[in-house]
Design a protein around this ligand. Structure first.
Ligand SMILES: [Zn+2]
Length: 155
């Protein structure tokens, strides 16, 4: 039984549901509130094997992995950046790349503009950025815009 500290502190009842046993029945499906991926927890217990002698007895030092067998040290930063390289995907799971053209699949209200970007609007030469709105682009009639990849389809 895991109790959520915040829930207890707020006087709420925190019901523990094991993930291996999801509630069955025809109830409404739980909706994922947002497509924003959770920040990856970097507290990984496993270190990669030594690239020098293939020993599994390695540990993470200050920014480096160290092999206890042969004393080889190598940068852990390098491994982490390749592991955490983000992949941008459209609403249908197609991978998006810088310079791609996309189609808008949902009417999008534009702050400060009178209209909205209509379904089917084609946007050329997108640029992928970090953040909640992860696509930078220019839309005719609106100018520079930021879009969410979940509302677009690769053209
Ligand atoms: Zn080694």
């Amino acid at each position: 039984m895991i109790l959520c500290y915040e829930a207890v502190a707020n006087g709420l009842i925190f019901k523990y549901t094991p993930l291996t046993n999801p509630p069955s029945g025809g109830g409404p499906k739980p909706q994922s509130a947002t497509s924003t991926p959770l920040p990856r927890n970097k507290t990984m217990n496993e270190t990669p094997p030594c690239p020098n002698c293939k020993s599994e007895y390695t540990y993470e030092g200050s920014g480096n992995f160290v092999c206890t067998e042969c004393g080889h040290e190598w940068s852990s930063a390098l491994t982490q950046t390749t592991e955490e390289k983000r992949v941008w995907k459209d609403a249908f799971g197609n991978e998006l790349k810088d310079g791609d053209s996309i189609l808008i699949i949902k009417d999008l209200k534009v702050k400060g503009a009178s209209g909205s970007v209509k379904v089917g609007t084609k946007v050329k030469n997108i640029r992928l950025v970090e953040g909640d709105h992860d696509i930078d682009c220019k839309i005719d009639g609106f100018g520079a815009m930021k879009l969410k990849s979940e509302f677009v389809k690769k053209a």
